[in-house]
Structure formats: C-alpha cells, structure tokens
Design a protein around this ligand. Structure first.
Ligand code: GRF
Length: 207
C-alpha cells in the first residue's frame, strides 16, 4: 500500500521565539526531505513568531505559558497531555527556552532532538554564540544532539564547523549559523524518523 503524507511519523516542534528552524523544517517536510508530518507546534510564549509561521501552514499550535502552571510538573503534564492527544511520536526542540525534566525526557527517550548554535560540548547554554566570540574561538559550528537529562549534554548526531571571520559581530555570525542549522536539522530529524539512528551509550550510530 502506498504511504501518504498522513501516514508519516508525527513530529512536534517546540519553539519559544522566531522559529526560523521551524520554517526550515516545514519546507523540508513539504519537499519530502524530512519524511515526517509536523503535526503540532508547542510554545511557552504566546507571542512567539514561530506560532504565526505554523498557523500560516495550518499546523495546530498550543501555547502553554509556564507562569500559568503552579509547578514544572504541572506545566509538563499539560504538554504531555497535548502531545498524546495529537499522537506525537517525535519532538524537535527549536529554540525552546525551557529545560525539560528527566521524567519528560525519559518518556520520549531517544525521540527528542535539539539544535545548538555551537560545537558541543563547548559552549552549552543559552548564550552560546556570545560565549564563543568572547572566548576568542577561531572556529564554531552547529550541533544536533539527542536530548538527555542534562543541558546540551546528549549524544551528538551531526556537527558541522564554521570558521569565525576576523572582527565578526554576533549577529553576522548568528546569521551564518542559522543557514547551517536550517540545512542540518531537517537532515538529522530525517535520520531519526526513518529509523536510521541507533544509540550505543553516548555514541550515535548512523545506518
Ligand atoms: C537556534 O539558533 C538554535 O540553535 C537555538 O535557538 C535558536 C532558535 O532560532 N537552540 P529560531 O527560533 O529557530 O530562529
């Protein structure tokens, strides 16, 4: 039987901000370079531009502001309930500014990816590009990794480097990093949803 777009593995993208990576994933899914259905966009920020992008393509969105839940557990319960209702199998974090609890990560073990604008394990955290420039690094890059219970510590799937130009500003570098991200993230997610990734301890084996 022919598989249609509706049979594709269901992916949720979590965003807090601008959503340029979401946009790249939407394009890749529409062109078949990412064989997943982006079935839900989750945001903790009601004003995230990512939500506008999703709605433009008719993708269901859900906003779960952290401040409206008494605890992180309650916040995550709401999200998990929504993911279950939308039959989500995979999660892509794309600029989601919340740290998921170990319990949440366990529930989706090996099925949550994150993209980070530096060469992990160097420069983890929310200010990776600034930290990289401040350290005087000559090379940076992009990392896509499996999410584990730590912050930016999970097994690495793909990395690519970018040389830093002399005198380059944070925003100029960020733009080049974004271009690289928009190519790498769909690729890594495609490997995941087509079952081509195996985890062996900390190592990711690609078939
Ligand atoms: C990206 O640079 C990503 O590496 C980081 O957050 C940023 C999100 O950008 N995790 P956007 O919202 O996809 O434009």
């Amino acid at each position: 039987m022919r598989r249609t777009k509706n049979d594709r593995p269901r992916l949720a993208v979590f965003c807090s901000g601008h959503g340029t990576n979401l946009q790249a994933l939407i394009h890749a899914a529409r062109r078949g370079r990412l064989r997943a259905r982006i079935a839900l966009v989750v945001s903790d920020q009601p004003r995230a531009y990512a939500l506008t992008r999703a709605r433009r393509y008719g993708i269901p969105t859900v906003v779960v502001p952290r401040a409206e839940s008494p605890t992180r557990a309650a916040f995550e319960r709401t999200i998990r309930y929504t993911l279950a209702a939308h039959r989500i199998r995979y999660i892509a974090l794309a600029g989601f500014m919340r740290i998921l609890s170990p319990a949440f990560v366990r529930a989706y073990r090996g099925r949550i990816l994150n993209i980070h604008p530096a060469l992990l394990p160097a420069f983890p955290g929310a200010h990776a590009v600034r930290d990289t420039l401040r350290a005087g690094a000559k090379v940076t890059g992009v990392t896509v990794h499996v999410v584990d219970a730590g912050v930016d510590t999970g097994p690495i799937i793909l990395q690519e480097t970018l040389p830093i130009r002399r005198g380059e500003t944070e925003s100029a570098l960020l733009q080049r990093i974004h271009r690289l991200e928009h190519r790498l993230y769909p690729q890594a997610l495609h490997y995941l949803v087509t079952g081509r990734l195996r985890l062996r301890g900390r190592r990711v084996i690609m078939r």
